[in-house]
Design a protein around this ligand. Sequence first.
Ligand SMILES: [Zn+2]
Length: 78
Amino acid sequence: MRVLTSMFDWFGLGKSSGARIACYHCGETARESQVLYVPFNGQQQPVCCRGCLTILKTVEKNLLTDAYLAERQAPSGK
Ligand SMILES: [Zn+2]
């Protein structure tokens, strides 16, 4: 079923397609072709889905970048 495999590849569902990139927000890996990019803290950051994209956009929009980055570096919750 060579044609079917190519179709899956075309839709980004093929097992063989591309590198995987870790989401900037949650760390989930996503295929390169499915990763979204959002401008955050002066750089384009990769995210795995619209949910993470929205979170980063909201943080940026509300000027909470510093708080967000501080939170990321905290070992675990308080
Ligand atoms: Zn994510």
